[in-house]
Design a protein around this ligand. Structure first.
Ligand code: M6R
Length: 367
């Protein structure tokens, strides 16, 4: 059932070219220049006229939501807020019938997310679900929705569900932006062509980085802390990279927007601090170069994720992982893959139970 892989998590990491393809299948029709999604189409007015979109989720799904905010605000120009479901449900939030809530949940059973949806519905919001498990409680309770179609995810650490959530959010943002006129035809075509190329690029990053990341992992088996940094779309990818590592390896890890480093975490940096930095060519590259210089001046160990052929960051970094270039907005989908592998191999080398980490359950059905 693990298809020859040692763990479900590794199998699921390797399934991503297919799971992303499955998320796009039947929806992204590049030749016709359209995105076809029944759940969106049937509620297009409601969605494009929303005064505000509130995204609620927990854990990895919340990280996907943060990237969703960047996507929807950039392409559809609708104001977006992202909240932890557990906070939203208890803080008496302001929600009206002009708001649209997008609830994201792999399992569709997360108690806090479900309670937040109930509250939003009571207050009159239209609730759109993004779930992976078909016919799950959340998928049944929401007003409309889209399935990610990533297939069953068994490993407690979410991998393929996350990249499929990002894929769905990309589709939604582009579709809304196209419909409400914020995205030109040319720009829409350019972006959907990039989106279509993602399964191939994810396949490429798996084959070009797997052995390298496995080697790099050996040097960090005894690490006690990790920092993950990224800017823009890759800031939430840094949060997700850190969550993966802490969940399965039990190494303390924190993610930060790279520019926040100087507001605190820089005090932690010395020769014992490994820092993973996501630095694609697009996305404030020059500023990330300065961040890496600041880290090296304090002797931090830099593991840099860069685009193929990168020179500046690559010259400064201690370890370099190259990934294929894409539009900045889709880069977390590719960059997350080597980060999943890094967490996986560090955890395996520490003898941890990666599919069933201590204290964690696949779906958190109690608050
Ligand atoms: O099933 P959900 O997406 O609602 O689950 C949310 C979180 O419990 C989940 O993402 C959790 O953080 C994972 N273990 C992350 O790998």
């Amino acid at each position: 059932e693990k298809g020859g892989y040692e763990h479900f998590m590794l199998k699921e990491i390797f399934e991503q070219p297919k799971s992303i393809h499955d998320t796009l299948r039947g929806r992204l029709l590049v030749d016709e220049g359209i995105i076809k999604m029944a759940g969106i189409w049937d509620n297009l007015e409601r969605l494009t006229k929303a005064e505000r979109i509130i995204i609620i989720a927990c854990g990895t799904s919340w990280h996907a939501g943060l990237i969703g905010e960047y996507l929807i605000e950039e392409f559809a120009r609708i104001p977006v807020e992202v909240e932890y479901a557990s906070e939203f449900r208890y803080r008496n939030p302001i929600v009206t019938n002009k708001d649209v809530v997008i609830a994201i949940s792999q399992s569709g059973e997360t108690a806090d997310t479900m309670a937040a949806i109930k509250l939003a519905k009571e207050k009159g919001a239209f609730v759109f679900g993004i779930c992976n498990v078909v016919d799950s409680s959340i998928s049944r309770f929401t007003d409309a929705g889209s399935y990610t179609h990533a297939g069953p995810e068994i490993g407690v650490a979410s991998t393929k569900a996350f990249t499929s959530q990002l894929t769905i959010l990309s589709l939604i943002a582009l579709k809304l932006g196209k419909h409400n006129g914020n995205l030109s035809n040319v720009e829409f075509m350019r972006l959907i062509t990039e989106l279509d190329a993602l399964p191939k690029k994810v396949e490429e990053v798996l084959s070009t980085t797997h052995d390298l990341v496995k080697e790099i992992a050996k040097d960090f088996v005894d690490a006690q802390n990790f920092l993950y940094l990224g800017r823009g779309y890759n800031f939430p990818a840094a949060l997700e990279g850190a969550l993966k590592l802490k969940e399965i390896s039990y190494i303390h890890a924190e993610g930060y927007p790279a520019a926040e480093m100087k507001h605190g975490p820089i005090a932690l940096i010395d020769e014992n601090m490994p820092i993973v930095i996501i630095a694609p060519k697009q996305g404030h590259y020059d500023k990330v170069v300065s961040n890496v210089q600041e880290i090296k001046a304090r002797k931090g160990k830099v593991i840099a994720l860069v685009n193929k052929g990168d020179v500046q960051v690559a010259n400064l970094a201690d370890y370099v992982i190259e990934f294929p270039e894409t539009s900045e907005c889709f880069s977390p989908i590719i960059a997350s893959v080597p980060l999943q592998l890094l967490a996986y191999y560090i955890a395996v080398k520490r003898g941890a139970n990666v599919d069933q980490p201590r204290n964690l359950a696949k779906s958190v059905t109690v608050e």
